[in-house]
Design a protein around this ligand. Structure first.
Ligand code: 3UK
Length: 539
């Protein structure tokens, strides 16, 4: 089926066919037409079918856009891109903003026009933006005026980036002024189902960021797998959460998934745990997406009190492993069982998960309908239940790095290797151990950091912790715990001994942290992930 892309750079830099993962589209809920624009499905369809007046996007301060209003804005943006900024289908457009309705309108404007949306994390600095712009040969950018400084610095050295407009900008050359010059009608570009519509950059810990490319069909496939089979939200739900729209956890959870069922989403710019909690109470949100540390911090902020009466009914956790202690703490505070799910930028969204009824403490869940998963040994042979190995996944979405030899690390023999060490139990539940390269090997024992963190988090003095392996002459590695104490506890030698004793009492003594270091905070990414490499290097 012919591509609608005139600029074929992204398509031309897909991995070669033999390096691609196997794609499974045989399920009845994964039948897609050959021509597909995901903006038509997620946005326009609601207006066409008479739901244009329903609320689509909200903000905590009371802003409210219906589906018809979002469509009007997105259409105007598409027109500005095409008629004033010279966009042709296939061009890459950088999007830069905190989570807000204009950012969402820009995403749909780009995709309607057949462009490729490239989100950027709000905290990225000029050097990092430059890497992304160069790698994806980005030609256009739409940026929230409040985040323009780093992009301007980057743009000075980016020859491909020729067109830039700011929004939330009331100057005559701002995006809003340009939108006012156009009408709100736009015929979406008739893209092929396998035309690329988004490139999400990984927040890589080492090396240059990798650009993961996704088709229009991938977006719709993500909406057809986990949301209806595990989340099961409906048109009356109000979604809210912390992950940035530049992170596919946020893009799916806070934009695509609510819109795929005609629900609404509250987009929140400031999402520290107390601010998120406030926004939940203020807006009557019913479905929340955030990271494990954020659940723990919100529960601790309540200081043992229960969440005041509210409408929240589903809480999703992803981004890193959910400790059983955090699950229990949030249940006590909110009365709600967390829906854990592992997803990745490469696979677009969640592929192993369990709903609130099926959740098991300490396990991520079962494979999501549409996907298959297995645990592999070092030679790529499936391991039986009970054994720890590398998680390998296949489904309707899969890893497609933009011009990157690291494709061969993620995809082997048609399977996507997520880089996680997991164990499958006899009931089909997958139990996270660690990142494959974070498994601690001490005096011949394999130790997953999470298991030790689980125990430490149950100690009343511990607010947060991270456990890594550090080099040791005698044992190869030793277990080292980095601990943030709750206020009112002394970070002294007695506390070190107390915590070590606490671990020895709970799990096999060889797993206890031989080294304990107290910190005021732990290094985390913008997406809530603990930066273990930084802990290991003492940073
Ligand atoms: C880890 C988890 C245990 C795991 C993501 C939901 O996190 C997302 O994407 P990233 O590319 O990172 C992927 C890696 O993060 N991880 C994520 N969730 C869990 N580990 N339990 C979990 N529940 O190492 C995975 O390989 O940043 C998550 C949806 C979309 C996403 N992009």
């Amino acid at each position: 089926m012919a591509t609608a892309h005139v600029d074929t750079f992204a398509r031309d830099h897909l991995p070669p066919p033999e390096a691609l993962p196997e794609i499974l589209l045989d399920q009845p809920f994964l039948q897609f037409p050959a021509r597909l624009n995901c903006a038509t499905e997620l946005l326009d369809r609601h207006v066409t079918e008479g739901r244009g007046d329903r609320t689509c996007l909200r903000t905590p301060d009371g802003q409210r856009w219906s589906y018809a209003e979002l469509q009007d804005r997105a259409n105007r943006i598409a027109r500005v891109l095409v008629h004033e900024m010279g966009l042709v289908p296939g061009n890459r457009v950088l999007l830069r903003a905190p989570n807000n309705p204009m950012m969402a309108a820009c995403w749909f404007g780009v995709v309607k026009a057949g462009g490729i949306a490239v989100g950027s994390m709000p905290l990225l600095r000029a050097a990092e933006l430059r890497q992304i712009v160069d790698k994806a040969r980005i030609s256009h950018a739409l940026c929230d005026l409040r985040l323009i400084d780093e992009l301007r610095t980057a743009a000075a050295d980016c020859p491909t980036l020729k067109q830039l407009r700011c929004f939330h900008d009331d100057s005559p050359d701002g995006l809003e002024a340009a939108m006012a010059r156009h009408d709100g009608r736009f015929a979406n570009v008739d893209t092929a189902a396998d035309d690329i519509c988004l490139i999400a950059f990984t927040s890589g810990t080492t090396g240059t960021p990798k650009g993961t490319m996704h088709f229009h069909r991938d977006v719709m496939a993500a909406c057809a797998c986990w949301p209806p089979h595990v989340l099961r939200a409906n048109a009356d739900d109000v979604f809210i959460g912390s992950p940035p729209l530049a992170f596919t956890f946020g893009l799916g959870g806070l934009l695509h998934f609510p819109m795929s069922v005609g629900a609404s989403a509250v987009l929140v710019e400031r999402v520290s745990p107390p601010e998120l909690l406030d926004a939940v109470l203020k807006t009557g949100a019913t479905v929340m997406f955030t990271a494990p540390t954020s659940y723990r911090a919100m529960a601790m902020a309540l200081q043992g009190a229960k969440l005041p009466p509210n409408k929240l009914r589903k809480c999703v956790s992803a981004g890193e492993a959910l400790p059983a202690a955090t699950r229990a703490l949030w249940r006590e505070a909110s009365g709600l069982e967390i829906i854990d799910g592992i997803g990745s930028t490469e696979l677009l969204h969640i592929f192993i998960s369990a709903d609130e009824h099926e959740a098991r403490p300490g396990a991520t869940g079962k494979v999501v309908p549409g996907y298959v998963a297995c645990i592999m040994d070092a030679d790529g042979r499936p391991l039986p239940p009970g054994e720890v190995g590398a998680l390998a996944v296949k489904g309707p979405t899969g890893c497609k790095y933009l011009a990157d030899p690291r494709q061969a690390n993620y995809v082997k023999g048609g399977w996507n290797y997520t880089g996680d060490a997991y164990r499958l139990d006899a009931d089909g539940y997958f139990h996270y151990q660690s990142r494959t390269d974070d498994l601690i090997v001490s005096a011949g024992y394999n130790i997953g950091g999470l298991e030790v963190e689980e125990v430490l988090l149950r100690h009343p003095a511990v607010a947060e912790c991270g456990v890594v392996g550090v080099p040791d002459d005698e044992r190869g590695q030793i277990v080292k715990a980095f601990v943030v104490l709750k206020p009112g506890h002394a970070a002294d030698a007695a506390m070190v001994r107390t915590l070590q004793e606490h671990v020895k009492q709970a799990i096999a003594p060889y797993k206890y942290p031989r080294a304990v270091e107290f910190r005021a905070a732990l290094p985390r990414t913008e997406t809530g992930k603990l930066q273990r490499f930084r802990l290991r290097s003492g940073g």
